[in-house]
Design a protein around this ligand. Structure first.
Ligand code: ADP
Length: 399
């Protein structure tokens, strides 16, 4: 059984064809600059060199057609016909209050995705375009929407409500949703399996630390809190996002600089985080680490502040759950940066967290990195959102 996984951005489309019998990738690729001059498709069949196709892609429909052509190409293709694809799983950013889990796409589902354009203005329109392009290219084939917000929907009211007048929740569904949900769901589930934890009761904190970064707390695989909010701006310090901030700072800067709220939010989303704090060194954590090592004070502070906030969230979520059985690190920084994992865990010694330096000397590999006598299991669990999407898709088309 083969599942095609599609992740559409406003000008990009990532895909993976996954063999679900072995959970292996058959081919993957990326369409870039859709709707912009100079568009290209990079297609990589497993174990072979990548192929670059430079062709105009005025929209996602054309991009999907080129993906279909690449998958069936006599030279670098991997299937004879699209009949071999059982279903298509789509990453969809925002499911609003409607979707607690993945769902087979129907006209009603598409309408809800459309109704959530306000909540996910950059992603939801692109996600819908991807779904409609697949419907046109492969009529009758099941499409499944896997929502990035679904995991956060199990949060209790006390965790998802903002302390603002209730009318805004009632009128506009203003609440905390959380993002990176597919990754948090996958990693917390894998941590329970890998750590031999109680599938019903295990208290797990997942630190998804990439350019975008978030922490989640879950009990028995169900999210009870997560650090991103109505949008991905809340929570941790990220590559370019500020994370938590006193909203009065916005008013102060806007008044002083004479800028409007849109410009202010662009600053908080695109020019803040470690990029902003370091005085513009970089949004890439490797560059920040290099600059810090070379003695750049601002880069050093940015890095320390990033670690500090992750540690604080772990402490808060441990209290929220009245304990924690496992802490799992994932995504670019979480999977690759042993120094970050160590620094974040240092001040958790009070709750019995003990990192094993030798075990922690690892990149991108599933592993327990805490000492055998650590009170909390600390793990590195590489995330795999595409596989999580494919698993959900398979489960739904099998029902
Ligand atoms: P996103 O999907 O949000 O773009 P990723 O999960 O791909 O982010 O993570 C990208 C981040 O991971 C970058 O900031 C990059 O610097 C960081 N990263 C990757 N490898 C390392 C490493 N060895 N040490 C520190 N940071 C790393």
């Amino acid at each position: 059984m083969k599942i095609l996984v599609i992740n559409c951005g406003s000008s990009s489309l990532k895909y993976q064809l996954i063999d679900m019998d072995h959970e292996t990738v058959i081919a993957k690729g990326l369409c870039e600059r859709i709707g912009i001059a100079g568009s290209k498709l990079t297609h990589t069949p497993a174990g072979k060199d990548k192929v670059v196709v430079e062709k105009d892609m005025p929209n996602h429909k054309v991009a999907i057609q080129l993906v279909m052509d690449a998958l069936q190409d006599p030279n670098h293709g991997v299937i004879k016909s699209t009949d071999e694809i059982s279903a298509i799983g789509h990453r969809v950013l925002h499911g609003g209050m409607k979707f607690y889990k993945s769902t087979v796409v129907t006209e009603e589902v598409k309408q809800v995705i459309r109704e959530c354009f306000d909540l996910g203005p950059l992603h939801n329109p692109a996600n819908l375009m991807g779904i409609e392009a697949c419907e046109a290219a492969m009529p009758g084939k099941p499409n499944v929407a896997v929502f990035d917000t679904a995991f956060g929907m199990s949060m209790p009211e006390k965790a998802y409500k903002y302390a603002i007048p209730e009318e805004y929740f009632e009128k506009y569904s203003i609440r905390r949703y959380g993002f990176h949900g597919t990754s948090h769901m996958f990693v917390s589930g894998e941590a329970i399996k890998f750590g031999n934890l109680d599938p019903e009761k295990a208290k797990v904190i997942v630190c998804h630390l990439g350019n975008g970064a978030s922490v989640s707390a879950s009990i028995g695989g169900k999210c009870v809190d997560t650090s991103m909010g109505l949008t991905p701006l809340e929570g941790l310090i990220m590559g370019t996002r500020s994370g938590d901030i006193d909203p009065a700072v916005l008013q102060f800067i806007m008044n002083k600089e004479g800028i409007d709220i849109n410009e202010m939010l662009t600053i908080l989303n695109k020019k803040s985080g470690v990029l902003g704090m370091s005085g513009g060194v970089s949004s890439d954590f490797r560059d920040i680490e290099t600059a810090a090592k070379e003695g750049n004070h601002l880069a050093e502070v940015a890095l320390e502040a990033f670690f500090y906030r992750v540690t604080k969230y772990i402490g808060a979520y441990t209290a929220a759950m009245n304990g924690v059985d496992a802490i799992a690190f994932t995504a670019g920084v979480g999977e690759n940066d042993k120094n970050a994992r160590k620094k974040i865990c240092e001040n958790l010694a009070f709750m019995g967290v003990k990192i094993d330096d030798e075990a922690n000397d690892v990149r991108g590999e599933r592993r327990v990195i805490s000492a055998p006598d650590s009170a909390v299991k600390v793990m590195l669990i590489p995330t795999n959102e595409e596989l999580a999407i494919a698993r959900d898709t398979l489960a739904l088309v099998h029902e």
